[in-house]
Design a protein around this ligand. Structure first.
Ligand code: GDP
Length: 444
């Protein structure tokens, strides 16, 4: 996971402070020395580190922080605030033109993930914001670029505008915008050419497109894995084009995180989105405060809740809750619940967003055994409808059949059924207890 080493170093530094009833200036200085090293090692720009550490120190020592009842916590709060500020403070949202279409120009070096991100952004705009985007193939130099965008568009069922590789990108952009107006599409995403390195020809062409297309957004796509290079690239593009935002890709990899922490401060351009994987739905709006919490091991409950809200069907969730309470819960519901949770993403990613989870012993290295989950699912799927609804009828010959059908063992089937029965028993007890408490008029 990104930021892993930075997060664990910062957390161990602050663990030492957290419990202390009294924190001295010296303690803060010592902690800040560790913070400084941790940030440098995470490949954060050295000037950014210096300013950051000074600011935190000043605030921590200067105010009433050290005199407060929970000085350790207060210092951590200062660090959390400053980390948030460093990454831009509040969320920077994507612009929307007052008169559609909104023109978004996507720029970046080859391999950064520009074409993929253009597709993801279109998918995001359509899915989360109900917009009608148009993808435009303006990279006429890389032989496979047009085809790649067309494949992405087809996969997402989002229209792609292309004129082959014989027409200039400026003409393509112009025609695409006219087309979008005619078709009442409200976002035009221009996938421009990339190069291996920044060169004058590329910048000249991008400036020409900018002049003609008058984009509301110029988003630079950079690869988080390249650390300080990403920041340098952002600085050059910004000098030439005046970027409105950065999309940091590959944050799902084990990047040290330096780019995420330096880009805003070095270039003045906010990060608007982050890429969290290769799939088309792996794009998240960037929230500096949530990222800071994640880095400090305080979890990211808000993103977790949002994921749940987006992906989970509310009616179904309510019905499941009712069944749990009345212990009517069957194996069919169990399957349904598993499917709902799985829609939210890989389980270890979800666990990482929970506050304190990384503190639980062994949790950091925990890889959720998706294989075991698959086996559980296979077992339930091998049951007949009646068995799913009335698990008590599953006798030993049925268990053998289920094990065979699911490619598992009878022991595994036994274990699952036992766990399921225990769970139902617990729910019954729980319901009884709450009922009693209610009758007594007491709260629970
Ligand atoms: P372009 O040359 O900038 O257009 O780059 P592409 O869009 O072709 O992407 C280059 C590679 O990076 C592809 O293999 C993508 O699947 C991959 N990629 C893009 N974004 C992400 C991301 O957020 N996470 C991961 N893991 N891979 C990504």
């Amino acid at each position: 996971m990104a930021f892993e080493s930075l997060a664990s170093r910062l957390q161990s530094t602050f663990d030492k402070l957290r419990g202390k009833g009294k924190v001295t200036e010296e303690d803060v200085t010592k902690a800040m020395r560790e913070v400084r090293l941790a940030l440098l090692e995470a490949d954060v720009n050295f000037k950014v580190v210096k300013e950051f550490v000074n600011r935190v120190k000043e605030r921590a020592i200067g105010q009433d922080v050290l005199k407060s009842l929970t000085p350790g916590q207060q210092v951590i709060k200062v660090v959390n605030d400053e980390l948030t500020e460093l990454m831009g403070g509040g969320q920077s949202k994507l612009a929307a033109a007052t008169r559609p279409p909104t023109i978004v120009m996507m720029v970046g070096l080859q391999g950064a993930g520009k074409t993929t991100t253009t597709g993801k952004l279109a998918n995001y705009l359509r899915g989360k914001q109900n917009r009608k985007p148009l993808l435009v193939a303006c990279d006429i130099y890389r032989p496979a670029a047009i085809k790649q965008l067309e494949v992405v568009g087809k996969q997402l069922n989002i229209p792609v505008f292309s004129m082959g590789d014989k027409v200039s990108p400026v003409e393509i952009a112009k025609a695409a915008i006219a087309h979008a107006k005619e078709e009442h599409l409200d976002y035009v995403l221009l996938d421009t050419a990339g190069r291996l390195h920044i060169d004058e020809t590329l910048m000249g062409e991008l400036q020409e497109i900018k002049e003609i297309a008058k984009p509301n957004e110029i988003l630079l796509v950079v690869d988080a894995m390249t650390g300080q290079d990403a920041v340098n690239v952002a600085e050059s593009f910004n000098n030439q084009l005046e970027l409105t935002g950065v999309v940091l890709t590959k944050l799902d990899g084990d990047t040290k995180g330096g780019a995420a922490l330096s880009v805003k401060s070095v270039t003045g351009t906010p990060i608007k989105f982050v890429g969290m994987g290769e799939k088309m739905d792996a794009l998240e709006p960037f929230h500096p405060d949530r990222m800071a919490s994640r880095i400090l091991g305080m979890g990211d409950v808000l993103t977790l809740i949002e994921k749940a809200q987006i992906d989970v069907d509310e009616e179904k969730a309510k019905e499941l809750e009712r069944k749990m309470r009345t212990a009517e819960f069957t194996f069919e519901d169990f399957l349904e619940q598993m499917a709902q949770v799985r829609k939210m993403g890989p389980l270890d990613e979800l666990l990482n967003m929970m506050p304190g989870m990384n503190k639980v012993k062994g949790m950091k290295d925990l890889k959720v055994d998706e294989g075991a989950l698959n086996r559980v699912e296979a077992i339930v799927r091998s049951m007949t409808t009646k068995e799913k609804q009335q698990p008590e009828i599953i006798n030993s010959s049925r268990r053998k059949r289920i094990a065979k059908g699911s490619g598992t063992s009878v022991q595994e089937v036994n274990r699952l059924i036992k766990q399921f029965e225990d769970m139902r028993k617990m729910m019954k007890q729980f319901t009884k207890m709450t009922d009693k408490a209610k009758k007594k008029g007491g709260g629970f």
